[in-house]
Design a protein. Structure first.
Length: 269
């Protein structure tokens, strides 16, 4: 296949990427044959996955709109993937926020390269190549320090990413590392795969595909997700099914009523 000009020469486009598979679930066009093949394998055993991805993106939109209403103007989108199909800067623009600042962070070279191409002419945005599992390194990136003012509230977005971080890499410590850098009034926005019941056979098959992939998926209960937030103050309604966090009409309920993910927004007091 022809390699797009924005795809780094050293990236293997025949190996699926979490960011590009997610883009495919969302109906985006920034993915390759290997990504689509993996996604279709998952969708064959669990067609609801695409809806779950859209539900996560709808939660992101609602959370960003809510924080913008509260006066938050700075957003650090961690594990942002490819900024397409309803991104943070677009949500802010739609909400009439003209002074927002957004830094997108991802470790996938293709996601970073494509993000930079998309956002090159978008004011108030930056794209950083970084691993969200290393808060100190991400926070000290010149573009992060240059665009965000950490004496003012910052929203740290960890949407659909911490379920790729195993317990041994201390996901709670990662959340705490970012929260510690924020001024009072900063927030952590988090969604996570998991559930408080046994997996159905279809869910088990889909999870097994991710478990064997280059980026294994870790499922956590709502209680375990709540524990990741440490001493932060949970905004109402707390840790709930992703589609149930402050619904306003753009959420997508699970087709069978069984949510397999949760969401929460918490404030640093």
């Amino acid at each position: 296949m022809d390699r797009p000009s924005w795809a780094p020469a050293d990236v293997d486009l025949d190996r699926p990427s979490v960011a590009r598979v997610y883009d495919y679930y969302l109906g985006g066009s920034h993915n390759f044959a290997a990504d689509r093949a993996f996604a279709e394998q998952v969708l064959r055993v669990m067609p609801a996955v695409a809806g779950l991805a859209r539900s996560n993106r709808a939660f992101l939109r609602r959370a960003v709109r809510e924080l913008a209403r509260q006066g938050v103007r700075q957003f650090l989108d961690l594990g942002s993937g490819i900024p397409t199909v309803g991104n943070v800067h677009e949500v802010l623009a739609d909400a009439g926020v003209s002074d927002g600042r957004v830094v997108y962070v991802d470790h996938d070279p293709v996601a970073v390269a494509h993000s930079r191409a998309i956002l090159a002419e978008v004011p108030g945005t930056a794209v950083v190549a970084g691993d969200l599992r290393e808060p100190a390194k991400v926070l000290n990136q010149p573009q992060v320090q240059g665009l965000l003012d950490f004496t003012r509230p910052v929203a740290f977005l960890l949407v659909a990413v911490l379920h790729f971080v195993p317990d041994e890499l201390d996901p709670a410590g990662i959340v705490a590392g970012y929260a510690a850098a924020g001024a009072p009034g900063s927030h952590v926005v988090l969604s996570h795969a998991g559930l408080d019941r046994p997996l159905t056979p279809a869910e088990e098959d889909a999870w097994e595909m991710y478990r064997k992939s280059p980026t294994p998926l870790i499922l956590r209960t709502t209680e375990q997700v709540a524990a990741l937030m440490g001493g932060l103050t949970l905004l109402e309604p707390g840790v709930v099914a992703t589609h149930a966090w402050r619904p306003d009409g753009d959420e997508e309920s699970p087709p069978d009523g069984n949510a397999v993910g949760c969401a929460v927004v918490a404030r640093k007091d």
